[in-house]
Design a protein around this ligand. Structure first.
Ligand code: NAD
Length: 429
């Protein structure tokens, strides 16, 4: 099928590449000319495992191309996906101005029947607003359908998640777009949930809030573990073996971040408020998340006593492993907090250094992981990159002024670390 994706970011670019990979013809649109230039010149503006090869192969096969023109995308396609940002406003509600603008742009470019699919994460009832907007701004008065098709990919695993989704959600008011939507997703062999638009939109916010809740739950358990001498990983393993619970999202840490969970949680709390329900449970999820970071910073400052002029090495800047995304990264938050206390930072991330340079000032960006500990009073693990497990710990201990490690991701074994001569503090163990 002929598809357009408006917004060529983490969701749009990976979706575009995967749709092209299964045989559709895709035009990816972005209003950032610099991004489109990088892509048309054969580059990739984000890091996502497996993406570069897939984009290159599909561009070469003539199934994937890039433009800054929404009009070109809309007129050359049957189905138009919206994948633009839905950032939070200061009060926690969603800034829908990007969605509204794209709806207007699509409307004015439409000259024949189109299916307009919202892939961005939006509050329930946004589909109605998109419909009204398109109707209002479509001069050609052509027919169209609006579909909600929320995206569930995880950054760092996006290609795999898109190629093998757990489910595809299609929310629609009319039956007309269902066949086309099924045809688009047929090659992915995934269960398809066809429902109404409001339910589809809610499925996304309800899912992300539940996942955030699961993380905060185990983080709360980590507090009890620390107070009682239990080990949160043992507890999580034991809990996770129960099929009703499952082991995933039960890793205690310094808290969740990224461009989705914090904003989707705030949005869902706000949406609930607007319909007259105080979703106190989700407020607690946020509270636990903040508390977890506070506890971690406190652990560092209590151990080092005064942070001013202490040199601290930080491993990891991305909000999680396998991505270069630093939006709302707990690692960046931690760096800023340590800096505020006067600490001198030596930081490293395998993929997110360039993006971190935009938000972290007056820190030393160290080019290789093993050089980070040199002259450090303490080392902090802030992101769960697998490669950190290969840190040369003997060399690390020798290079540090004091062998103290704060592991915000529970990547090392406490007994081994102690044996190696480290003062080692992790989460919930
Ligand atoms: P992003 O910031 O990486 O990408 C959005 C892109 O849209 C940018 O490249 C921007 O230049 C472009 N854009 C903005 N306005 C435009 C316009 N008028 N016309 C054309 N392009 C425009 O954002 P993202 O992470 O891909 O997220 C997009 C949406 O998907 C959000 O609603 C997000 O909540 C949701 N989502 C994100 C993820 C994730 O892991 N990143 C997962 C699931 C859902």
């Amino acid at each position: 099928m002929k598809l357009a994706i408006i917004g060529t970011g983490y969701v749009g670019l990976v979706s575009g590449a995967c749709f092209a990979e299964v045989g559709h013809t895709v035009i990816c649109v972005d209003n950032d000319p610099a991004k489109v230039k990088v892509l048309t010149d054969g580059g990739i503006p984000i890091y996502e495992p497996g993406l570069e090869e897939m984009v290159k192969a599909n561009v070469a096969a003539g199934r994937l191309r890039f433009t800054t023109s929404t009009e070109e995308g809309v007129q050359g396609s049957d189905v138009i996906f919206i994948a633009v940002p839905t950032p939070p406003l200061p009060d926690g509600s969603v800034d829908l101005s990007y969605i509204e603008k794209v709806a207007r742009e699509i409307a004015s470019a439409m000259t024949s029947y189109k299916i307009v699919v919202d892939k961005s994460t939006v509050p329930v009832k946004t589909g109605d607003k998109v419909s009204e907007t398109i109707k209002r701004y479509c001069k050609a008065k052509v027919e169209f359908d609006v579909v909600s098709n929320p995206e569930f990919l995880r950054e760092g695993f996006a290609v795999d998640d898109l190629m093998h989704p757990d489910r595809v959600v299609i929310g629609t008011k009319s039956l007309r777009p269902v066949n086309a939507m099924k045809q688009i997703y047929l090659p992915f062999n995934a269960p398809i949930v066809v429902t109404d638009i409001n339910s589809a939109e809610l499925i996304k916010h309800a899912s992300n809030s539940f996942l955030a809740l699961k993380i905060s739950y185990i983080n709360a358990i980590s507090v009890i573990c620390e107070a009682t001498g239990a080990n949160v990983q043992e507890v999580a393993n034991g809990m996770g073996m129960d099929e009703r619970i499952g082991r995933r999202f039960l890793d205690a840490s310094l808290g969740f971040g990224g461009s989705c969970f914090p904003k989707d949680l705030s949005a869902f709390i706000k949406i609930s408020e607007q319909v007259g329900y105080d979703f106190g449970l989700l407020k607690e999820v946020q509270k636990i998340n903040t508390f977890q970071m506070d506890r971690f910073v406190k652990k560092i400052s209590e151990t080092l006593w005064v942070l001013k002029d202490k040199t601290i090495g930080v491993l990891g800047l991305a909000f999680k492993q396998n991505t270069d995304d630093v939006r709302m990264s707990p690692a960046i938050d931690l760096c800023l907090r340590l800096q505020k206390e006067g600490a001198i930072l030596r930081v490293y991330d395998p993929k997110a250094m360039d993006k971190a340079k935009g938000v972290l000032k007056d820190v030393t960006f160290v080019e290789d992981m093993d050089s980070v500990p040199e002259g450090c009073d303490a080392l902090v693990v802030a992101t769960e990159w697998e490669q950190f497990k290969k840190l040369d710990l003997e060399r690390c201990r020798g290079a540090m002024t004091h062998p103290i490690m704060f592991d915000g991701r529970n990547m090392f074994d406490p007994a081994e670390m102690e044996q190696l001569g480290f003062i080692y503090k992790s989460i919930g163990r």
